[in-house]
Ligand binder design. Structure first.
Ligand code: PLP
Length: 408
């Protein structure tokens, strides 16, 4: 079976759309297997809980399940998707806002709830009191802050752990399964920090009391060199992250009196999906303003960057109309369809693109479709190219999709 991330010019026309995304499942499978293998080399009990928020394309979530991964969700919407895709599949419910209804749904479906506050534990206790037939699988999200000058708002801080443990042990229908943490930093040093910190906390409060340690997500994806330089990242090799993390864990567990090493859960999103999607858009006009050549396109940076205001130039490929043979390279900007001044897909690139060609922006699978605002235009379709056939995974959004919830 072969998936193609690349469409040729003829195929772009066959889609009948000016802008669209293309998904490549082969890259997802490779990323998942490489990620798991890297950790299993040094720590045998490892599980991947895929972060839905990074890209909840159902095709991706279902494949994660086929590959043996479990699900990490952070809202009732994501929980509903997880339950719809795989009833009773192992699901971790994280995040700082869980409604009473979502917590109840989790309790009824054996979902592991990672509490972010004492208040959430109180809601769980209330629900258990009024529903005698249910039990709770619990995890505790721990608060960690990497930089000393800033604090993270997520998780439970160490000063509250004793109180939380007392509440849990007073209710024999709550089973404490594990502890978790997450930091947004993608560098090796921050992973070293979070692993050492969680081990310290485990040693002090949770020794031999829990089944897993969950280190969260934030792992880097495979990056093309230019993007790696723009992001100022030096090391994105997942094997080195795995080696560092597992060596800290093994050093502790091999030297302490632990009855059973806890399972290691990891919650990658970006590392699994960044290079599974590309975004195509058509060059629709050309103009020269002062000395600048601006090629306007049918696409927008909002389609792959959400509302993130970064000026990154993602890797790209030009899909040229083969009928135009005489081309020359020029320095151009590729502009977006919105009315925001800085909506450029790419700036200052050397290009032979002309009106009618397509530009493909690569490696945009993470925080793209999930963050596209309904700003100015609805979102475009998602395709996959499988054995030379173009299949639609998500249709183009319509006026109705955007305005159905308004009173008109
Ligand atoms: C708790 C948690 N787990 C996993 C992730 C996924 O992170 P990434 O997509 O960077 O791997 C996030 C992202 O914010 C998160 O907050």
């Amino acid at each position: 079976m072969k998936y193609f991330l690349e469409m040729n010019f003829k195929q772009t026309l066959q889609t009948t759309h000016d802008s669209f995304y293309v998904y490549n499942e082969d890259n997802l499978v490779n990323n998942f297997n490489e990620f798991l293998k890297s950790f299993k080399l040094s720590y045998d009990n490892v599980e991947i809980a895929y972060s839905f928020k990074t890209n909840y394309l159902p095709e991706i979530c279902k494949k994660i399940n086929d590959l043996g991964g479990i699900y990490e969700v952070v809202s009732e919407m994501e929980l509903d998707l997880a339950l719809k895709l795989e009833n009773k599949k192992k699901i971790i419910f994280n995040g700082p806002y869980k409604t009473k209804e979502a917590i109840m749904k989790s309790l009824l479906n054996d979902v592991i709830i990672h509490i972010d506050s004492l208040d959430e534990l109180n809601i769980i206790s209330e629900l258990l009191t009024s529903n005698e037939h249910i039990n709770c699988n619990l995890g505790i999200r721990l608060n960690l802050s990497f930089a000393s000058d800033s604090i993270s708002r997520f998780g439970i801080c160490q000063s509250e752990i004793k109180k939380i443990l007392k509440l849990i042990s007073s209710n024999n229908r709550i089973e404490l399964k594990g502890i978790s943490c997450h930091l947004p930093n993608r560098d090796l040093k921050s992973f070293e920090f979070r692993t050492k910190e969680i081990i310290k906390i485990y040693d002090f409060y949770f020794k031999n009391k829990i089944q897993y340690i969950d280190l969260g997500g934030g792992f880097p994806s495979i990056l093309q060199e230019d993007l790696m330089n723009q992001l100022k990242l030096k090391n994105t090799n997942i094997k080195e992250f795995a080696k560092k993390i597992c060596s800290i864990l093994n050093q502790y567990f091999n030297n302490s009196k632990i009855i059973k090493k806890p399972k290691l859960i990891l919650e990658p999103g970006t590392a699994l999906v960044a290079n599974t999607m590309s975004y195509y858009s058509k060059i629709i006009s050309e103009k020269k303003i002062k000395n600048k050549i601006i090629l306007s396109s049918s696409g927008s940076k909002f389609n792959f960057l959400g509302t993130n205001n970064s000026n990154l130039n993602f890797p790209f490929t030009e899909i040229l109309n083969p009928e135009f043979k005489s081309r020359k390279f020029r320095n151009v900007d590729i502009a977006g369809y919105t009315c925001i001044e800085n909506d450029y897909l790419l700036r200052n690139i050397s290009s032979s693109l002309i009106k009618g060609d397509y530009i493909k922006i690569e490696d945009i699978g993470s925080y793209s479709i999930v963050m596209k605002p309904p700003f100015i235009s609805p979102n475009v379709p998602i395709f996959k190219v499988f054995e030379n056939k173009i299949l639609e995974l998500k249709r183009k959004e319509t006026f109705q999709d955007v305005f159905n919830t308004f009173l008109i």
